[in-house]
Design a protein around this ligand. Structure first.
Ligand code: AGP
Length: 614
C-alpha cells in the first residue's frame, strides 16, 4: 500500500529517490519523505501531500549524499501528516527506516520500549519498529544486520523495510514479509523498490526478495541475502526485467488511465499472443496444460479476487459454466478468508489480481493451499507475490497499469479467463469443434473491434458533459453483462466520487425502480446478444418514470435507439465476448466525467493502486 525506494552507491541519491517515489505514487500518496546520509548525519525531509511537495521542500535544503531511503505513504496507523510521514528515526538518532506493511504487535512493542525509556513522536507502527531495532542493537551490542534479524523474529505482521545506520551509511539493510520488495543490481550500486519501476533506467537485473528474506547491500555493489529466521545465506538468481521506461510514462495522454484505456487493443492482443493460435484452431496455455487433470477432475472452481478483478471473475463464472460445465463460485478475497469456507482437495481455486499483491486475495490463496486445493493465479505483474504463491498461473501481459482505476488489466483478465473457459470446455468434452473454433476466431479479432469502440470517445465526451453533475447513477445489465454493469459503476464512483450502483436489469422491479426520476441517469448495457428483448422492456420501464437512459447497444440497433436518450454503439460480436466491448464506453464515460469534475483521475482520493493491507 505504500512505496519504498532506496539507493546505495556512487551517485547522488536524491534525484533517484524522488523520481522513484513518483513512479510509486500509485501505491499511495498522502505524504512522503527521504533520508539522506550526509557527513555522518541523517538529513530528513518529510511532507504531507504528493511527492512534488516534499521535493520542493527538500530542494530548499542540502540534498547531497550517495546513500538514501525514501517512502510515499498510504496511511494505515496515524492520519496523513508531516510527523507520521516516513522515514522514521530511532531515539538515538542513529537508525532511520522506511516501511511498507503493518506491524500487528506494534502496541505491545511500544509499551516495552516506553518501559525502557523510549519516546515516540508519531502515531505510526513504523516508528515503533525502528526503535525496537535500536533496542535490540543496544541490548546485543551488535551490527545493524543482526539487530534487524533478531527484531524481525519478534515482529508479527507484514513488512518491506529499508534501514541504515548513520555511523555506517555505506550499508543498507532490507527485509521482506508479505509486502513486495525488489533489489536492482547495479555494478557499484544497489537500488531498492516496492517494484522495479524506480530503477528501470539504471539496471534491468533485479532480485525479488522472497518472504522471510533479508539482504545487506553495500556502496561497493555487494549483496548478501539471508533467511531472517536462521541467518542462513541464500543464493538467488537475478531476474532480467522486461519492462521499459517508455511503457511507464504517460505517452502524451493527460492521465495514465486514458493511456491504458487506449492500450487495450494491444493489451488484449498481448494476453492471447502465443496462446490463441486461431489458424491452427487451438489454445496453448502452459499453466493450464500442466494441471489439466486437476481441472478435468475438478468438481468445482472457486474464483477469488477483489474489486475490478472480482468483476472479471463474475464474467468468468458465466463463461466457465457455459462452456466447461464446471460449477463456479466467485468469492471476495476478504470474505472468503474469514468465513471458514468448505474447500475440498479436488477444488480448483483461481485467484485474480492485477498487482499480485492484494492482501485479501493473498490470504485467500494461502487458506486454499492449506486446505489442499490447487491454486491457479492470474496476475499482471511478473514476480509478484500472488504469482509466486500459486501452484500455476497465467500472466495477463497487459504491461504496467499505473492508473488506480483498472482498465486494460480487466479486459486482459477477461481475455485470459475466456481462453481458459474455452480450453476447459474442450478438455472436458463439453464443446463442439465448430462452436470452439467460432469463439476462437472471434476472440482473435476483438482487438480490432475494441479500436472501433474507442472511436466513439467524442460522443461519450458529449454525453459525459450532460451527466457530470449527477448525484447518483444506476448501471443495468443482464447475463454476462451484469458484471459489466457492476464494473461501470465501480469505475464511476472510484474516480468521479459520484455514487453509482450496478444491478441485474431484472432486479429493477424488486426495489431500485423506486429510485427512478428525471434526475437519475441509467446506463443500460444492451448488446443484441443475450436477453435483448428483456432489456428493451427495462429501458421502457425507466423511460416511463422519466429516467434518462444511456444505452450501450450493438451497431445498427433499431429498437432501444427509439426510446433511449443516448446510445453508444459497439460492433457485433458473440454474446460471450460482448463484455470486452461493452466495458469500453463505461470506462470512457467515467474518465470524462471525472476529468470534467476536476478529479485526479490517476490518484483518486482515499485510494491506492494496490491494497497490500487488509
Ligand atoms: C479497480 O479499478 C480498483 N482500483 C480496485 O478495485 C482493484 O481492482 C482491487 O483493489 C484489486 O486489485 P488487484 O487486481 O491488484 O488485486
Amino acid at each position: 500500500m505504500c512505496g519504498i525506494v532506496g539507493y546505495v552507491g556512487d551517485r547522488n541519491a536524491f534525484p533517484i529517490l524522488v523520481n522513484g517515489l513518483k513512479r510509486l505514487e500509485y501505491r499511495g500518496y498522502d505524504s512522503s519523505g527521504v533520508a539522506l546520509a550526509q557527513n555522518g548525519e541523517i538529513t530528513l525531509y518529510k511532507k504531507q501531500g504528493m511527492v512534488k511537495a516534499m521535493e520542493e521542500f527538500a530542494l530548499a535544503g542540502d540534498t547531497s549524499g550517495s546513500t538514501g531511503i525514501a517512502h510515499t505513504r498510504w496511511a494505515t496507523h496515524g492520519q496523513p501528516s508531516d510527523k507520521n510521514a516516513h522515514p522514521h528515526v530511532s531515539n538515538s538518532g542513529n537508525l532511520v527506516l522506511v516501511h511498507n506493511g503493518i506491524i500487528e504487535n506494534y502496541q505491545a512493542l511500544k509499551e516495552l520500549l516506553q518501559d525502557n525509556g523510549f519516546e515516540f513522536h508519531s502515531e505510526t507502527d513504523t516508528e515503533v519498529l525502528v526503535n525496537f531495532i535500536q533496542f535490540i542493537q543496544d541490548q546485543e551490542h551488535c551490527k545493524l544486520r543482526k539487530a534487524v534479524r533478531i527484531a524481525l523474529t519478534q515482529v508479527t505482521g507484514a513488512y518491506a523495510i529499508c534501514i541504515y545506520d548513520k555511523n555506517k551509511p555505506e550499508e543498507v539493510v532490507v527485509a521482506k514479509l508479505g509486502s513486495p520488495l525488489v533489489v536492482g543490481l547495479g555494478i557499484n550500486e544497489k537500488f531498492i523498490g516496492s517494484d522495479a519501476t524506480p530503477f528501470l533506467e539504471y539496471t534491468k537485473d533485479a532480485i525479488y526478495l522472497e518472504d522471510g528474506e533479508m539482504a545487506t547491500l553495500t556502496a561497493k555493489g555487494e549483496i548478501d541475502i539471508r533467511l531472517i529466521e536462521s541467518d542462513r545465506a541464500v543464493n538467488t538468481q537475478a531476474h532480467k526485467l522486461q519492462m521499459d521506461l517508455e511503457s511507464i510514462e504517460k505517452g502524451g495522454y493527460d492521465y495514465f488511465m486514458m493511456k491504458e484505456i487506449y492500450e487495450q487493443p494491444r493489451a488484449i492482443y498481448d494476453s492471447f499472443r502465443g496462446r490463441l493460435l486461431a489458424e491452427q484452431g487451438i489454445i496453448k496455455m502452459s499453466g493450464l496444460e500442466e494441471y489439466a487433470d486437476r481441472f478435468r477432475n475438478a468438481d468445482r472452481i472457486i474464483m477469488t479476487a477483489c474489486g475490478t478483478s472480482w468483476h472479471s471473475a463474475l464474467v468468468a463464472e458465466y463463461l466457465f459454466e457455459e462452456f466447461a460445465r464446471i460449477p463456479v463460485e466467485v468469492e471476495y478475497g476478504s470474505e472468503f478468508r474469514y468465513r471458514n469456507p468448505i474447500i475440498h482437495k479436488n477444488d480448483v481455486v483461481i485467484a485474480i489480481s492485477q498487482s499480485g499483491e492484494t492482501a485479501d486475495t493473498l490470504a485467500a490463496i494461502k487458506m486454499a493451499k492449506e486446505a489442499g486445493a490447487m491454486v491457479f493465479g492470474i496476475c499482471n505483474v511478473p514476480g509478484s507475490t500472488i504469482a509466486r504463491e500459486t501452484h500455476a498461473g497465467a500472466y495477463t501481459h497487459a504491461g504496467p497499469e499505473i492508473g488506480v482505476a483498472s482498465t486494460k488489466a480487466f479486459t486482459s483478465q477477461v481475455t485470459v479467463l475466456t481462453m481458459m473457459a474455452l480450453e476447459l470446455g474442450k478438455i472436458r468434452g463439453e464443446f463442439s469443434t465448430s462452436q470452439y473454433r467460432a469463439l476462437l476466431n472471434e476472440l482473435s479479432v476483438i482487438p480490432k473491434k475494441v479500436e472501433k469502440v474507442l472511436e466513439s470517445k467524442e460522443l461519450v465526451k458529449e454525453i459525459s458533459a450532460l451527466y457530470k453533475d449527477a448525484s447518483n447513477v444506476l448501471y443495468l445489465g443482464r447475463g454476462v453483462n451484469f458484471p459489466i454493469a457492476l464494473e461501470g459503476a465501480l469505475k464511476l464512483k472510484e474516480i468521479s466520487y459520484i455514487h453509482a450502483e450496478g444491478y441485474p436489469a431484472a432486479e429493477m422491479k424488486h426495489g431500485p425502480i423506486a429510485l427512478i426520476d428525471e434526475n437519475m441517469p441509467v446506463i443500460v448495457v444492451a448488446p443484441n446478444a443475450g436477453h435483448y428483448e428483456k432489456l428493451v422492456s427495462n429501458v421502457q420501464e425507466v423511460k416511463a418514470r422519466h429516467g434518462k437512459v444511456i444505452a450501450v447497444v450493438t451497431e445498427g440497433d433499431t429498437e432501444i435507439v427509439q426510446s433511449a436518450d443516448h446510445v453508444i454503439e459497439i460492433p457485433e460480436t458473440l454474446e460471450a465476448l460482448t463484455p470486452l466491448l461493452t466495458v469500453i464506453p463505461l470506462q470512457l464515460l467515467s474518465y470524462y466525467i471525472a476529468v470534467m469534475r476536476g478529479c485526479d483521475v490517476d490518484r483518486p482520493r482515499n485510494l491506492a493502486k494496490s491494497v497490500t493491507v487488509e
